[in-house]
Design a protein around this ligand. Structure first.
Ligand code: FE
Length: 340
């Protein structure tokens, strides 16, 4: 419904963009793969602070990327917001982003959460979920453990081509090298309870139902279920152990949501202002909490009962730019290992 609406609005965005370049109303054309209720407040607040009106196009990540490519130099898009380092890497590889130098962004966003071309504004972790009746929690404390033959027939997963798994593999390649990472992937594939299917929430449900002993999931899917008003969701979560992986080693794999300014941006000044705004205290809270994530700016705290319930953890400090760099190798590794 929302998508149809925004599509319908698109010619109006073009018209407004043209007006802006002639020096009238200040606007920002935002292409966003985000669609959370708190985003309305996030954007309204920016307009209130700066007088810059936001024209927003919301669609699926890959659709937006395709659209920006097709529009080429004539694209009205100023900013592309999306989730996952692998997707930002793809946009970067296609040469869509313009480098942004901003003292404010460099001061606020930790170096491991940005590249010269794009910035992370929130983080999520990829954690292990286990059914206590199916596996021993102490046997699944590390990503490496998922390849242990002890877990034969117990592991469920979404596709190896999905960006979340690509980024996880990219981090393993950075930590153990491609060869060992492939061995790991082969071990996990040998442990599959079924061929990869569904999304993270499907894996959580299957773990709760005992169809799978163990799986991995992004934290916000777990937080969503923990905060759910539906009693069946909360009952389901009682059957699922959430395990912070690799806490005695490098820490849990972290991914991000974020964005950057496009090379063809017609409103570059507004675009930089918007990126800087997203790093402000208020915006960080909206941005992260809208999807039960953590702010990128370390001094900003969110009040979120589900995140608090999951407890404190050690995050892998690997730069997200390294995930981006290893994304292609990660896909090759899954392919060789037969992780479909
Ligand atoms: Fe997701």
């Amino acid at each position: 419904m929302k998508q149809t609406f925004t599509r319908f609005l698109f010619p109006a965005v073009l018209a407004i963009a043209a007006t802006a370049s002639s020096g009238q109303d200040k606007v920002l054309n935002l292409y966003s793969a985000r669609h959370y209720q708190t985003d309305e407040a996030l954007y309204a607040n920016f307009t209130k602070q700066t007088g810059i009106k936001i024209n927003r196009i919301e669609a699926k990540e890959d659709e937006l990327l395709e659209r920006i490519r097709n529009e080429g130099a004539n694209s009205p898009a100023d900013i592309f917001l999306t989730v996952d380092a692998a997707r930002l890497a793809k946009a970067d590889e296609l040469g869509l982003f313009a480098p942004v130098r901003s003292k404010l962004l460099e001061d606020r966003i930790p170096a491991n959460l940005r590249s010269p071309d794009w910035f992370a504004f929130s983080t999520r972790a990829r954690v292990i979920v286990a059914n206590r009746e199916q596996v021993k929690v102490e046997d699944v404390q590390n990503y490496e453990d998922l390849a242990n033959p002890k877990l034969k027939g117990k592991v469920c997963s979404r596709s190896g081509s999905h960006p979340y798994n690509i980024s996880l593999m990219a981090s393993l390649i950075a930590r153990m090298g491609e060869e060992k990472a492939e061995q790991w992937a082969r071990g996990v594939v040998a442990n599959f309870a079924r061929a990869p299917k569904g999304g993270d929430t499907d894996q959580i449900k299957s773990v709760a139902a005992g169809e799978c002993g163990v799986a991995v999931s992004n934290t916000y899917y777990l937080a969503r279920l923990l905060r759910s008003e539906k009693p069946e969701d909360r009952r389901m979560m009682e059957r699922v152990a959430i395990i912070w992986p690799n806490q005695k080693g490098v820490g849990a794999h972290i991914n991000i949501s974020g964005g950057g300014m496009l090379k063809s941006a017609p409103n570059k000044e507004s675009a930089v202002k918007f990126l800087e705004y997203l790093a402000s205290d208020d915006a960080q809270r909206y941005f992260a909490d809208g999807n039960n994530e953590w702010p990128s700016v370390p001094t900003v705290a969110v009040k979120n009962s589900a995140l608090e319930a999951m407890g404190k953890f050690k995050a892998d400090p690997l730069p997200v730019a390294a995930l981006a760099k290893n994304a292609a190798a990660a896909q090759r590794t899954y392919d060789r290992a037969g992780w479909k």
